[in-house]
Design a protein around this ligand. Structure first.
Ligand SMILES: [Mg+2]
Length: 246
């Protein structure tokens, strides 16, 4: 089936989130250390606890990823008070650092150019708040390539909930069979798109990564580099993915 659109996950699919997240947290630590004299290990422990608490309380919502809630909780734990000045400073330092250090994975830009040339639409489907994801797309220089964006803030649900993908299909006015979904996480990207009947592509950067055992999390295609998507497109145009499984 001729594909009319590709839905991409953003973090760790189009750029290395893990790497820049770690750097950004160190930047936040520097700020808090100046005020509280706190070691990096203790800082990361507090961050972990705060994040876990927020996830538990806001599970399934975009706000569960909002760094400002994590940092507020950290300050409340250490200083037993809300201190707007320091929380805002930590929040701004985190995103300033992350946005500054983000780099597109090699091959993304040339792939997007090729898709534009072939008139294949590009969508981003991502679990986070719209404001931050728009800032990332803008900073990564992708503004002119993106046709639609769906965030969990907008959909009111998070991947793997099918709503995320249904929103995207609706915005693009396409059928599940006319779309490919690409992501790095079997539990969110692949499971969610599979549930809607979209052909799925798992990006596995780490060769040691464990592949999903559950059938509903198994992708139709596995790629190690985003540039391999062109080959996947060729294959899906000849045969439906369902005939290529197994
Ligand atoms: Mg991801």
């Amino acid at each position: 089936m001729e594909k009319k659109a590709i839905l991409f996950d953003l973090d760790n699919t189009l750029y290395n989130y893990d790497l820049v997240h770690e750097k950004a947290l160190k930047e936040v630590h520097r700020i808090l250390n100046r005020r509280l004299n706190i070691g990096l290990k203790e800082f990361l422990r507090l961050y972990g606890i705060s994040k876990t608490e927020i996830h538990r309380e806001l599970s399934g919502t975009a706000s569960s990823h909002n760094r400002i809630l994590y940092f507020q909780r950290m300050i409340e734990k250490t200083e037993k008070t809300v201190e707007p000045g320091i929380i805002l400073k930590m929040y701004n330092a985190y995103w300033d650092s992350l946005l500054k250090n983000m780099r597109l994975y090699k091959g993304v830009l040339s792939l997007f150019k090729e898709l534009k040339r072939r008139n294949i639409k590009i969508g981003i489907v991502s679990n986070l708040t719209t404001h931050i994801q728009l800032r990332k797309l803008h900073k990564l220089g992708l503004s002119e390539y993106i046709d639609i964006l769906v965030t969990s803030e907008e959909a009111g649900r998070e991947k793997p909930h099918p709503s995320m993908f249904l929103f995207a299909l609706n915005k693009l006015r396409v059928l599940p069979s006319e779309v490919l979904a690409v992501g790095d996480d079997p539990k969110t990207d692949i499971e969610g798109a599979n549930a809607v009947g979209i052909d799925t592509v798992l990006l596995v950067k780490n060769v040691q990564a464990k592949l999903p055992k559950e059938d509903y999390r198994k992708p139709d295609f596995i790629i190690k580099d985003i540039s391999e998507l062109s080959d996947v497109l060729e294959k899906t145009q000849k045969f439906p993915a369902s005939l290529q499984r197994g």
